[in-house]
Design a protein around this ligand. Structure first.
Ligand code: NAP
Length: 275
């Protein structure tokens, strides 16, 4: 076993994850002696793995599908934002074996939007969200925190959107999936958090007729990088931001905590991860 600090991403499946490329690029860029790997872990081995990793030189981990929710039960300390979201994607292993859990998905989402649309003002009007899954939850917490005055959600399975409204209160409202177009007319920000449009998934077929020019539109799907959703928004004169930056920025807080250097997310980082 080496003595260099080690971190990893835990999920199942895990071979598709871009996190090893991202963190290894940052380690090389900043000349840090460290290691970041991918670990495929099944649900029944999750606790055992988490308890074992610190003794093998691991100082932390990212967590991805399907463990983001279940990992919370093994944490000794949980940040407020991870508690609100009900899931964690970043773990820090303390020297005494305790596990600290955070969720940086909402942070990554906001940092990407601010970098891709520097003039975007979250307070300028409602945000319209397609989807009500785990990523939508993290994004709602971040948008509310940034002062977005109203958050409108539309989801194929309406009760899931209603559950988010019940959790996050009066600022959140729900529009039926077949009428999703209507929420776009007054939106200052429009976000696709569904998997529609992702390579291998179904197409995004909801009408976007209501989109207004100059609206900031982002898709958190990043395979392909330019989704049909973003192309349609661009044709309407919207300001579009792709989803890769969300993945890159969500890695920043973990890398900083583990390796002591706040890493840059820039064009070179994007190229390194896509290359
Ligand atoms: P999730 O919890 O499984 O939620 C999936 C969402 O997509 C739900 O709202 C679901 O609606 C909707 N959906 C799926 N198939 C649909 C269909 N055929 N028609 C209409 N809606 C459909 O997944 P998640 O973790 O939120 O992730 C969602 C997407 O975001 C994935 O593509 C993921 O790769 C991407 N993502 C990107 C980042 C990033 O860093 N850029 C981070 C997290 C996630 P129902 O409730 O009706 O099933």
């Amino acid at each position: 076993m080496t003595n260099i600090p080690r971190a990893c991403v835990i999920g199942n499946p895990i071979s598709h994850s871009l996190s090893p490329k991202l963190h290894t690029y940052w380690l090389n860029r900043y000349g840090i002696e460290g290691e970041y790997t991918a670990l495929q872990v099944t649900e029944d081995k999750l606790e055992e793995t988490l308890r074992r990793l610190p003794s093998q030189g691991f100082i932390g981990a990212n967590v991805t599908i399907p463990h983001k929710v279940s990992v919370m039960q093994f944490a000794d300390q949980i940040t407020d934002r991870a508690t609100l979201i009900g899931a964690a994607n970043t773990l820090i292993f303390k020297e005494d074996g305790r596990i600290f859990a955070d969720n940086t998905d909402g942070y990554g989402f906001m940092a990407n939007l601010r970098q891709g649309a520097p003039d975007w003002d979250p307070k300028a009007g409602p945000a319209a969200i397609f989807g009500a899954g785990g990523a939508a939850r993290a994004i709602i917490v971040a948008l509310a925190d940034a002062g977005v005055p109203q958050i409108i959600i539309s989801n194929r399975t309406r009760p899931k959107a209603e559950a988010l409204r019940a959790d996050f209160g009066a600022r959140v409202s729900v529009v039926d999936w077949v009428q999703a177009d209507k929420m776009l007319e007054e939106a200052n920000t429009v976000i696709n958090t569904t998997s529609l449009g992702m390579a291998g998934a179904q197409e995004f077929k909801v009408s976007l007729n209501g989109l207004q020019p100059k609206t900031v539109v982002t898709d958190i799907v990043y395979t392909p990088l330019r989704t049909p959703f973003l192309d349609a928004a661009e044709k309407k004169g919207c300001i579009t931001v792709d989803g890769l930056g969300m993945l890159l920025h969500q890695g920043v807080p973990g890398f900083e905590r583990w390796f002591g250097q706040r890493p840059e997310v820039d064009e070179a980082t994007r190229r390194a991860v896509l290359g």
